[in-house]
Design a protein around this ligand. Structure first.
Ligand code: 3HC
Length: 288
C-alpha cells in the first residue's frame, strides 16, 4: 500500500515533531489535527522553531523548510483531517478514554484501508485496536523524544495486526529517516520503556532513600554509562507524569512489586512538579 497523506492527531510534544519529520524528510502531505486552536498554534510554533534551528545548522535549506511547512495543514476539523488519508498516527495524551475517542472517530471517518497507528508508550495496542472494526490495520509506531533528533521507531504488533500493516508503517518510518525495530508481541513498555522506565524509577528511589544528590546520580550515569543525559535530566525531559503513568501500567499489568512506583514520583506528580514543561521537576528549569 502506497502512503501519500498522513494525519497526525495531537500537536503536542510528540505529535508536532512527528508531523514535521513526516513532511520534512518523508515529503508526505500531513494533516495535523487537534481539539484546540491554542494547541495547534503552539505545535506550529515549535515546528517553525525546529526548522529554523535546522536551517541555521545547514541541515535543511530555507526553501526546504518552507516546503515542509506548506505540506503541513493544521486543522480542528476531523472530516477535513481524515479525508483521503492513508495513515493516521495518534499522539494524544496517554489516557485510554481520550485515545478511545480518537480511535473510534478515525475508524468511522477513514477508508477501510487506512492504517491507524498509535504513538502510545505504554497502552496495549490490542486494546486500542479493539475500539475499531479493523484490528489488523492497527499498529504501534513509537517515536522517541525529540522526534526530530531521535533515530528510532519501535513498530509494535497488536494481537491481530497484519504483516502487511507492519510492512507499510516500517516503510513509512524509514522514509521519514528512522531506524526501526519490530516488537513481535504486544507487551507493556515494548522494548525501550521496559528497560528505561524501571531504571528512572530506581534512580528516584536513590533520591528518596537519600543515597545521593540528583547532580551526582546524573553525573555517575553520564560518565559511568555514557548516557547522553543522566536519569533525572531525562525524567524532567520526558515528564514525570508520563513516567508515572508508564510505571503504573507495568505495576498493574505484570502484578509485580518490582514495578512499584517510587513514592517520590507519585508525590511530585501530585505537586505538579512534572519537569521542563512546568518549569520545575527534579531540577528548577526556570533557573537553568
Ligand atoms: N529540532 C531541531 N533541533 C533541536 C531540537 C529539535 N526539536 N531539539 C534540540 N535541538 C538542537 C539543540 O538546539 C542543539 O542545537 P545547538 O547545538 O545549536 O545548541 C542541538 O540540537 C543539540 O542539542 P543539545 O545541545 O541539547 O545536545 P545533545 O547532543 O545533548 O542532543 C539530544 C540532544 C539528542 C536530545 C540528546 O541529549 C539525547 O539523546 N538525549 C536523550 C534523549 C532520550 O533519551 N530520548 C528518549 C526519551 S524516552 C521516550 O521518548 C519514550 C517515551 O515513550 C517516554
Amino acid at each position: 500500500m502506497e502512503v501519500e497523506k498522513i494525519t497526525v492527531v495531537g500537536a503536542g510534544l510528540m505529535g508536532h515533531g512527528i508531523a514535521q519529520m513526516a513532511s520534512q524528510v518523508g515529503g508526505y502531505h500531513v494533516s495535523l489535527l487537534d481539539v484546540d486552536q491554542g494547541f495547534l498554534d503552539r505545535g506550529m510554533k515549535w515546528i517553525k522553531q525546529s526548522l529554523n534551528k535546522f536551517v541555521e545548522k545547514g541541515v535543511v535549506t530555507r526553501e526546504r523548510a518552507d516546503e515542509t511547512l506548506e505540506r503541513i495543514h493544521p486543522t480542528l476539523n476531523v472530516e477535513e483531517a481524515y479525508k483521503d488519508t492513508d495513515l493516521v498516527i495518534e499522539a494524544v495524551p496517554e489516557k485510554v478514554e481520550i485515545k478511545r475517542g480518537v480511535f473510534e472517530k478515525a475508524d468511522e471517518l477513514t477508508s477501510p484501508e487506512t492504517i491507524i497507528a498509535t504513538n502510545t508508550s505504554s497502552i496495549s495496542i490490542t486494546l486500542l485496536a479493539s475500539f475499531t472494526g479493523k484490528p489488523e490495520r492497527v499498529v504501534g509506531m513509537h517515536f522517541f523524544n525529540p522526534p526530530q533528533l531521535m533515530k528510532l521507531v519501535e513498530i509494535v504488533k497488536g494481537k491481530q495486526t497484519s504483516d502487511q500493516t507492519v510492512q507499510t508503517v516500517k516503510t513509512v518510518a524509514e522514509k521519514i529517516g528512522k531506524e526501526t525495530v519490530i516488537v513481535k508481541k504486544d507487551s507493556p513498555g515494548f522494548i525501550v520503556n521496559r528497560i528505561l522506565i524501571p531504571a528512572l524509577n530506581e534512580a528516584l528511589y536513590l533520591l528518596w532513600e537519600g543515597v545521593a544528590e540528583p547532580e551526582d546520580v546524573d553525573k555517575a550515569i553520564k560518565l559511568g554509562l555514557n548516557w547522553p543525559m543522566g536519569p533525572f535530566k531525562l525524567l524532567d525531559y520526558i515528564g514525570l507524569d508520563t513516567a508515572l503513568s508508564v510505571i503504573n501500567v507495568f505495576f498493574e499489568e505484570f502484578k509485580d512489586s518490582k514495578y512499584r512506583p517510587c513514592p517520590l514520583l507519585t508525590q511530585m506528580v501530585r505537586a505538579g512538579l512534572l519537569g521542563r514543561k512546568t518549569g520545575k521537576g527534579i531540577y528548577d528549569w526556570k533557573k537553568k
